[in-house]
Design a protein. Structure first.
Length: 323
């Protein structure tokens, strides 16, 4: 069975004849296509800035932790304190116990994400236990001032690096928000962009449909498809666009996770379309009709709206147009 695209579902939902006449059309470069490309480019830039921001943030955290540890080691070489040594032995035992508990707990988690999180915390707890046990030894060694001061200077250097990465992360955050504001995009991490070269086509094996949503935005744990429409801002979302978005929600459901809703964006206005069973069934009924039409070759206008024909880009070729 041939796959049907979400774009064709949109055309068919507007008018079956419009879809039929578009089948032999060549892709046209117009203002809408250009605007779409501009938004995709901006979104790709946003995605890059977000990734860099996260990387700089992580580096800032690692260098801050490093600076703190080096500084503490330095202090432990300058001061000798059996009390602190015993305190760190206690900390080390506690963290070791905590990491064993997590090791036992991780085994019990059925969900992979929970298991991975428990394992990650376990690694951090083990590293903390090791660091504390090192302090417990260095705090009872005889003082070594030279080594202590060298470590304090090194710690300051590490802190300079941490500050630099924090500055870079803030810079990327500002750039990211500037693009987001310019494109008037919703909040969240962009995980997919309609980009012919880089993004894979999303397919539904179950319903034999395919498509590329303009954007897929991760909001919390949900993946939200976004369809961007250029041109005039309508008073409400068009039925054909809702059908196209529903097809994307089906694709997201099969390739990622069931989305609670999708977004239709007309310029600055964004409509939230809930992912409902009824809507899905209407869209699948359209797909069924399209397959039937492909078999029989029988396709006709299914409306009496003059306005639709007036705004239809295929009216010149259409034998059933109303205006
Ligand atoms: S001109 Fe009217 S009937 Fe013809 S394809 Fe367009 S919307 Fe359909």
């Amino acid at each position: 069975m041939d796959y049907i695209s979400a774009g064709d579902i949109e055309k068919y939902s507007y008018c079956p004849l419009s879809w039929w006449l578009s089948r032999n059309e060549k892709h046209k470069e117009n203002e809408g296509v250009r605007r779409h490309r501009e938004i995709s480019k901006g979104a790709a830039d946003m995605k890059k800035k977000y990734k860099q921001m996260k990387e700089f943030e992580s580096m800032a955290i690692y260098f801050s932790i490093g600076a703190t540890i080096i500084s503490l080691v330095g202090i432990s070489f300058i001061y000798t304190s059996p009390i602190l040594s015993r305190m760190f032995i206690l900390f080390s035992i506690l963290w070791l116990g905590f990491s064993f508990y997590l090791l036992w707990k991780a085994d019990k988690y059925a969900i992979l994400v929970e298991r991975k999180n428990a394992e990650r915390i376990m690694v951090i707890a083990s590293a903390a236990a090791t660091t504390f046990s090192i302090f417990s030894v260095t705090f009872i060694l005889p003082p070594n001032y030279t080594l202590g001061y060298v470590l304090e200077v090194l710690s300051l250097l590490w802190l300079v690096f941490a500050t630099y990465f924090l500055y870079m992360a803030m810079k990327r955050d500002i750039q990211y928000n500037e693009i987001k504001k310019k494109l008037q995009l919703p909040d969240g991490e962009i995980v997919y962009i309609d980009d012919l070269q880089k993004s894979p086509i999303l397919k539904s094996e179950k319903y034999k449909i395919w498509g590329r949503p303009d954007l897929l935005i991760k909001m919390g744990d949900d993946y939200i498809p976004v369809e961007i429409k250029t041109g005039r801002v309508p008073r409400g979302p068009h039925f054909s666009h809702i059908m196209q978005l529903t097809a994307y929600m089906v694709l997201v459901e099969e390739n990622y996770k069931t989305p609670p809703y999708g977004l239709l964006k007309y310029g600055p206005v964004i409509y939230k379309i809930e992912y409902e069973e009824d809507l899905k069934n209407i869209m699948l009924q359209k797909v069924k009709e399209m397959r039937e039409a492909l078999k029989t070759g029988e396709v006709h206008r299914n409306h009496n709206k003059v306005g639709k024909c007036l705004h239809c880009s295929r009216r010149e070729l259409c034998p059933e147009r109303l205006s």
